[in-house]
Design a protein around this ligand. Structure first.
Ligand code: ADP
Ligand code: MG
Length: 608
């Protein structure tokens, strides 16, 4: 459900959610305030218009009765009429200005907010970024910000406008009709509470319907991708049931919602009519007695109609606040994600690393994890050595690399690089000197060359070529129709796992790192590419210290040191030969992989 408006109910105290967004309105605050005040005038003019009309009615009546001279009556009539027309004209121009300008401010606010959010996302640390699902991040930046801006441009001004509408009418009624104002006042809470109740119900069914529709969507796409499986196992009946239940939910929610609408509007109308009736019953005798003029009577009837609408709107706007709160909460979540710390203490900058790495009693737990993933791990890597980490999936190998790159920091213990705590180095120094090659190689649409140089202008075509020569990627690249200019599809889907790995080697090398960290690709790699990668790895060893997380033991047999990681501890260590002699975990892993290879190699020979 991430990325959707949630069904949570917010209260008055959630107004604090909006406080954080005040800063985006601040640059426009003067204009915003001016527009709100202008809006109040406009609104007052529109309301006062009926008032002038009622005065006019009285003038006509008085002239007809003969209580006022014709000449004077005419003069008054045109005065009121002219005033009315003038006010209407002014109010219309004002209304146009307010509407247009408020929207403009709203869009400015959303523009600034989006920009700020996006820049913030770019500054997030990798840990934080991983928490954001792409979909929810997209809606946060598009829909939620739009929702928030509509609060400033629509909701808030309308709320103010309607509250004052009610107030204006109430005051004018009291001024012109005296005690009749109390009849209006009596209706206020009834209309308001009824509207509020209706809005609450409508929202519930609206959200329910939206949920049901999205459930059906995912059900449909799942069941259709598995439709063959369904048929094979004769699960059609079960699927039909499942579908019918979802279909039912949409139907039910929609009808319930419509039901409410069907009920609400007539009830409001009835309520309004009842008010007119009561007022008439009270007023007609007064008019008959001559205690009330026709104009006042007209005003009562007109204002009854005008009084109900803003009250209903206030309820609807308050309800609309729910989705604004929901958006505010989701946007704040994004905004409050901590930025990547440009290293707390880390100021140390060195031109390159010698490459001695020490893990000193390191324990580690992921920020959202329940238990430690690494337990008191200690080891040492000497400069220039090639060491390998092997072990079953989930043992903690990739985690060790993540700690070496400072993607995460140890929960306990410390990591030393060339004798200094990793935390002392500045992030940019680490980034520059560590060559990291991860399991999932990120390729973007562009040419092969651009993917190797990452578009860095300081890396020339010559550098790209040298790097690729060094890691032995050149033969494969040159065999492509356009060589180094070969376009890479998004996600590198036109390259095999092995080829992507080679490109990643070349990319890393192009940046001339002094320490190499490699998390080997797990995906199946054909024997030919595997040989290339092995030679490539031998080349990489010449660069300096090389730390490899290996999945194919064949690639690291000649490593200087092999650590076997199991369940977050160093279970065994030694050279390939030493570890084989121990006949422990490594020996078993090795036998298992050899067995698999022997099983698959006859088939390979057939193809050859
Ligand atoms: N980002 C993460 N958040 C929480 N737990 C994680 C995360 N990444 C890995 N883990 C857990 O940590 C353990 C070690 O994972 P990992 O280092 O990736 O193992 P390996 O690379 O040896 O297969 C696993 O139990 C895994 O589920
Ligand atoms: Mg891994």
């Amino acid at each position: 459900m991430d990325g959707e408006e949630n069904a949570k109910t917010y209260g008055v105290k959630d107004l604090r959610l909006l406080k954080g967004f005040g800063k985006y309105l601040k640059p426009y605050l003067g204009r915003f305030t001016f527009l709100i005040v202008l809006d109040l005038f406009v609104n007052f003019f529109f309301t006062a218009e009926s008032y002038l009309m009622s005065l006019n009615l009285d003038v006509i009546n008085e002239v007809l009765n003969g209580t006022r001279a014709m000449d004077e009556g005419k003069r008054l009539f045109f005065l009121y009429f002219g005033l009315d027309l003038g006010l209407l004209l002014l109010a219309s121009i004002g209304a146009y200005l307010v509407n247009y300008d408020l929207r403009k401010i709203g869009q400015r606010v959303v523009y600034d907010l989006r920009q700020a959010l996006f820049h913030h996302v770019l500054s997030l640390s990798r840990t934080e970024l991983k928490k954001l699902k792409t979909g929810s991040f997209v809606t946060r930046i598009t829909n939620d910000t739009q929702n928030l801006s509509s609060f400033f441009s629509d909701l808030l001004p309308q709320l103010v406008r309607n509250v004052f509408s009610v107030l204006f009418i109430q005051v004018l009624v009291f001024v012109r009709t005296g005690l009749f104002g109390f009849v209006f006042l009596a209706y206020l809470p009834i209309v308001f509470l009824l509207s509020l109740l209706f809005q609450k119900g409508a929202r519930k069914y609206y959200l329910g319907e939206k949920d049901a529709v999205s459930e059906m969507n995912s059900f449909l796409s799942e069941s259709f991708s598995g439709v063959l499986v369904v048929k094979t196992y004769h699960r059609e009946e079960k699927m039909k049931d499942s579908f019918d239940r979802k279909n039912e939910a949409i139907y039910h929610n929609f009808l319930k919602g419509q039901d409410l609408f069907a009920l609400f509007y007539p009830s409001m109308y009835l309520l309004q009519m009842s008010a007119v009736l009561i007022l008439s019953a009270l007023a007609v005798p007064e008019v008959a007695k001559g205690a009330m003029t026709v104009g006042v009577f007209y005003l009562l009837c007109t204002y009854t109609g005008q009084y109900f609408q803003p009250i209903q709107q206030i309820a609807s706007l308050l309800n609309g606040l729910q989705s604004v709160f929901s958006s505010a909460e989701r946007t704040l979540y994004l905004e409050n994600m901590p930025e990547e710390k440009e290293s707390e203490k880390g100021e140390l900058v060195v031109p390159s690393f010698r490459g001695r790495i020490v893990f000193d009693h390191v324990s580690f737990r992921y920020p959202d994890g329940k238990e430690d993933v690494l337990h008191d791990v200690s080891f040492m890597v000497e400069p220039g050595e090639t060491v390998a980490f092997v072990g079953p999936t989930g043992a903690g190998k990739s985690t060790i690399l993540a700690l070496m790159t400072r993607t995460y920091e140890p929960t306990e213990g410390r990591i030393l690089l060339d004798g200094r705590d990793l935390r002392e180095y500045s992030q940019s120094c680490l980034r520059k000197n560590l060559g990291v090659m991860l399991q999932d190689v990120f390729l973007f649409s562009g040419t092969v060359e651009e993917n190797i140089s990452l578009g860095d202008p300081s890396i020339t075509s010559e550098d790209v070529r040298k790097a690729s020569d060094f890691v032995m990627a050149t033969p494969f690249i040159q065999s492509l129709p356009h060589g180094f200019k070969e376009p890479v599809k998004e996600n590198g889907s036109n390259f095999s796992a092995g080829q992507r790995q080679l490109l990643s080697f070349a990319r890393t090398l192009a940046f001339k790192p002094s320490l190499l960290l490699l998390d080997e690709a797990t995906a199946n790699i054909d024997t030919e590419t595997e040989h290339v990668i092995q030679s490539s790895l031998r080349q990489l060893r010449k660069v300096g210290t090389l730390v490899v997380v290996a999945h194919r033991l064949s690639t690291i047999q000649d490593a200087d040191h092999i650590f076997v990681i199991a369940r977050g501890v160093v279970a065994e260590e030694g050279t390939h030969q030493e570890l084989l002699k121990r006949k422990g975990t490594y020996y078993n892993l090795y036998r298992l992989q050899n067995l698999e290879e022997n099983l698959s190699s006859p088939r390979e020979e057939e193809h050859a």
